[in-house]
Design a binder for this molecule. Structure first.
Ligand code: F6R
Length: 227
């Protein structure tokens, strides 16, 4: 595990953008599993600025969706596909993305791609990854699930007056743990306890993020999350 502490969330974004850009330079056809949520947004914005300046070319990268709510229309503002498109795919100039709609088709699409090269993840307050809520064993597959109270609570922050959908689909722990590299982004004092448990507690399905210690993991956190 590489743990990189940055003074604040903007410095975190620059460091994370450097990490991702280096991977894309090394392999222009990189396949990236893409989290939404608040944490990676400054990183995606930084990458978008670099792409707009012509500093980096994402046109051969494939973006793979990490999770999605069920039962929304394509134009629903809560669609996580829409969020990934607006924040990542479009500003970076990515031409190919894989949508998460059917578990079997999704895992077949990833196999056809040759697997996931890089997973960019945020850290749930209870260690969830995507919608893999505790307990999620390493073999937990891509699946449809009912949102737990913890998922409903942590997702409420995104949608203001709109309700949080009740069902979702998530890339499985199997997909996440088969990534050739994982970049976990963590900011804010509210993530301090779970970051400690992720890196120093027991490796257990009860803290799905602790299972990331089995894969090549880079954590970039701000000081508030690691003091
Ligand atoms: C988002 C996702 C979630 C978030 C996690 C942290 O696609 O899968 O697991 O990464 O809930 O959310 P933030 O970054 O908003 O604190």
């Amino acid at each position: 595990v590489t743990l990189d502490i940055q003074p604040d969330s903007q410095a975190l974004a620059v460091q994370a953008a450097d990490f991702i850009a280096a991977q894309v330079r090394a392999k222009p056809t990189l396949s990236i599993l893409v989290a939404t949520g608040n944490t990676p947004m400054p990183t995606y914005a930084e990458l978008g600025r670099r792409a707009a300046r012509g500093d980096i070319d994402f046109s051969r990268v494939t973006a793979v969706q990490l999770d999605e709510y069920l039962g929304l229309s394509d134009h629903d503002p809560r669609s996580l596909w829409g969020w990934m498109e607006r924040s990542f795919v479009t500003p970076l100039g990515i031409r190919q993305s894989i949508r998460l709609a059917d578990p079997a088709a999704f895992e077949a699409d990833i196999a056809a791609l040759g697997g996931i090269d890089l997973a960019i993840l945020g850290l749930g307050p209870n260690g969830h990854l995507g919608f893999n809520e505790p307990p999620s064993p390493p073999t937990a597959p891509t699946r449809v699930l009912a949102l737990t109270p913890a998922s409903l609570e942590s997702n409420r922050a995104y949608w203001g007056e709109l309700s949080v959908p009740t069902h979702a689909i998530t890339a499985g722990m199997n997909v996440i743990l088969s990534a050739r590299a994982v970049l976990l982004l963590v900011n804010g004092a509210h993530k301090r306890d779970i970051l400690r448990r992720t890196l120093e507690g027991p490796e257990t399905p009860d803290v799905p993020s602790s299972l990331l210690r089995r894969v090549p993991l880079t954590v970039i956190a701000d000081e508030a999350a690691w003091t």
